[in-house]
Design a protein around this ligand. Structure first.
Ligand code: HEM
Length: 391
């Protein structure tokens, strides 16, 4: 506790105001709901439901729950988007009290302000387009409250998917041309980080919400859920790789030395965030190496009750823990403000051929390790299956 106090209070760290913390966490929560749920629907839920056409009742229950989840995600996105826009205005230029920035008239003036000198487009126009897309995304999702629209779940969810990703991408369009290629890389990796992070956390959240329907699912639901978890595991693994790589790049940009992780406020909050992510990865590893092989074995040996218990009780319990850790990650990230390099007096990060070579080696190492993780989990499942005679 004393080292937290020391780093935060003496190393030139400025704690962001509460409204800034809440609006930033809220905005990324809104993106998790929209991006995470639509991508998970498209990559895991939809293909699983299509493959289980012989379980029409279970499929209908899950489609209904998905539709109401997506509709509420639209509401959260809309509210979070409004507060995030007010926070942008409160931080723009000389700034204004956050309460004043909430006034719709002031927001409208901000969005229509002329371009600054040297800008190819007014910053307000970029945010105007972004927020128009955000409202459209929310409208598409909120339409799912209507029974008639629910019959078009596929069309609406698959329309909201690219729109929700565009919300974050458009906000990143620079109003002045980036100085060099590295700035473009910074922007691109920041977006990779946001999209992969929101897909991962948002996907976990939508799946625990769907698993809560277990009381209404039929006896054969275990196999359907085994398929769902298997598909999502792959999506989550790709996201972990992308979040880690982009996160390492951003960390290198902002942290000049390892000891800055505990001697600066920025570093300390980054350390807390990475510890929370490590908890998430550990829980994911438990799912992959302990639960998935047992699920595969129960499926092969037709142990229906075990399969149901593992997929609809055990798995969601672990994923609930992951959702709590994910919320803590969202709570910590607004505290990553400023830079440990500035606080610690290190020079700005300068890239070189060596840095890019190290990055390329890391990409390769991560790709190889993710590939072998999937293979190893598969092999454990097969070995367990071979050891237990079929029922
Ligand atoms: C569940 C995993 C994670 C999620 C959901 C996540 C999400 C985010 C988000 C939404 C931002 C804000 C980006 C912005 O405002 O433009 C951010 C910033 C950041 N993340 Fe992560 N992140 C995760 C994991 C990681 C990991 C593993 C690392 C380090 C290896 C990391 C390092 C960073 C850094 C350094 C920043 C700050 C960039 C800045 O100061 O501008 N993140 N993260």
């Amino acid at each position: 506790m004393s080292s937290v106090h020391l780093a935060v209070s003496t190393a030139g760290y400025t704690m962001p105001p509460l409204w800034r913390v809440l609006t930033k966490s809220g905005y990324f929560l809104g993106l998790c709901g929209a991006i995470g749920a639509t991508v998970t629907y498209a990559t895991a839920v939809r293909p699983t439901l299509r493959a289980s056409h012989d379980q029409a009742d279970d499929t209908a229950v899950l489609r209904r729950r998905t539709a109401s989840y997506l509709a509420w995600a639209g509401v959260v996105l809309l509210v979070a988007g409004y507060f995030q826009l007010a926070a942008r205005l409160a931080r723009a230029g000389k700034g204004m009290p956050f309460a004043d920035a909430l006034a719709p008239g002031r927001l409208w003036d901000y969005l229509r302000a002329p371009a600054a000198k040297g800008a190819w487009i007014a910053q307000g126009t970029v945010y105007l387009v972004q927020n128009a897309v955000l409202v459209l995304t929310a409208a598409v999702l909120i339409a799912l409250f209507l029974p008639a629209a629910r019959r078009r779940l596929d069309a609406l969810a698959l329309t909201a998917l690219p729109l929700s990703v565009a919300v974050t991408l458009i906000a990143a369009v620079p109003a002045t041309a980036p100085k060099n290629a590295e700035k473009v890389l910074d922007l691109a990796l920041d977006q990779v980080h946001i999209v992969a992070g929101t897909v991962w956390l948002g996907g976990l959240a939508v799946l625990v919400a769907l698993a809560a329907t277990r009381g209404r699912l039929g006896d054969g639901a275990g196999a359907l859920w085994a398929d769902l978890w298997r598909r999502f595991s792959l999506v989550a693994m790709v996201c972990v790789g992308a979040v880690t790589l982009s996160g390492l790049w951003m960390s290198w940009k902002h942290v000049g030395a390892v000891d800055q992780l505990w001697t600066t406020g920025y570093g300390l909050f980054l350390l807390v965030k990475v510890a929370l992510v490590a908890g998430l990865v550990t829980a994911g590893g438990f799912n992959q190496f302990w639960l998935m092989p047992r699920i595969a074995e129960a499926r092969r040996t037709d142990q229906e009750a075990t399969l149901r218990h593992l997929t609809l009780r055990h798995f969601p319990a672990v994923v609930w823990g992951e959702v709590v850790l994910g919320l803590a990650v969202l709570g910590v990230l607004p505290l990553l403000s400023g830079s440990a390099r500035t606080e610690g007096g290190s020079p700005q990060a300068e890239s070189s051929a060596g840095v890019f070579a190290a990055g390329a080696a890391l990409v390769l190492a991560l790709a190889v390790s993710l590939y072998f993780t999937a293979k190893a989990s598969d092999a454990i499942g097969r070995r367990r299956g071979a050891a237990v005679p079929a029922a």
